[in-house]
Each structure stands twice: as structure tokens, then as C-alpha cells.
Design a protein around this ligand. Sequence first.
Ligand code: HEM
Length: 156
Amino acid sequence: MGARQEGRWRRARTTIAPAVEEVLLGALRLAHALAAVLWVGSALVVALSSDRHSSASSPVLRETIGAGVAVFVLTGTILAVQRLASAPVPPSYPVVLAAKVGLAVWMFWLARKAGLGATEALSPRVSINWQLAMIGILIYALAIALRAIYEGALRP
Ligand code: HEM
């Protein structure tokens, strides 16, 4: 490869590669956010439309749960690695992220119980559907906090 071609290749690499990375990250973020909207939205609809003794179990729900967990874990792990590697974040970031993942695992467990027809878990006073909806909203709030912490760390 001649010097001129090599120069052109190096310029292309330094301009295209970051753009490709941004597009891929954007697609990951979109998939993660869409899974979140689907989960929190359907949990709220089921909680609002069912009484506390009725189970929301259905084959569709079980499949949605399975697919959602896979999307959350795959995209969430890549987003976490990217965030932690891309800038010096304050200690609050991994702490809030750990709390978010802990709540997510708890929500996946509850959803699996709901998918198997359970109507109560942990507290008999709050139906499993409302527990799922409330944990989903809390996780969403922690996601917003994560972004604020990260963007705050970038500001001079
Ligand atoms: C293993 C599970 C999960 C991991 C590792 C994970 C990780 C992450 C990470 C690292 C981010 C980027 C935060 C930032 O901006 O710095 C994020 C964003 C987000 N997460 Fe998760 N997450 C998980 C599960 C969930 C669940 C279960 C929900 C919702 C119920 C959720 C909702 C969101 C939302 C709404 C965002 C913001 C997306 C955006 O608009 O950019 N995540 N998550």
C-alpha cells in the first residue's frame, strides 16, 4: 500500500470508526430503552386492569419476559462496560448501577413467578403485578440518575 493510500486509510479509520461506534451504542441504548418501555408499560397496564387475585400468566407474557431479560442483560452489560471504560466516573455511578441491577434481578424473579401464575409475592397486601410495576418505575428512575451522574462527570 503506498504512503498516500495508507494516509487515506488512517484518516478513514479515525473518522469512520468513532461514528460506527456511536451508531452501535445508539442502537444498543434504543434496544435497552425499548425493552424498558415494554416492561414497565405492560406491567402498569396489567396492574391497572387486573384485580389483585387474578394472575396475569399467559404464554405471551412468559415469552415477553424471556426475551426482555435477554435484551436487558446483553445490552445493559455492554452499556455498563462502555460507560465505566469511557470516562472517570464518581463512585456514586457503580453504586447506583449495582442498585439498578439488583432491582432488575428482583424484578426478573417476580416476573418469572407472575409468568408461572403466582398472584402474591413477599407482601400479600400488594399484588405481584403492582410490585412489578413499582420496581420497574424505580429502575427507570435510577437509569435517569445514572445518565445525570455520567454527564455531570463529563462537565469541566
Ligand atoms: C442486568 C440488567 C441491567 C443492566 C446491567 C443495565 C445497565 C444499564 C446501563 C449501564 C445504562 C446506561 C446508563 C447511563 O446513561 O450511564 C442503562 C440505561 C437504562 N436502563 Fe438499564 N440495565 C439493566 C436492566 C434494566 C431494566 C430491567 C430496566 C427497566 C425496567 C432498565 C432501564 C434502563 C433505561 C430506561 C435506561 C436509559 C436508556 C437511555 O435512554 O439511554 N435497565 N442500563
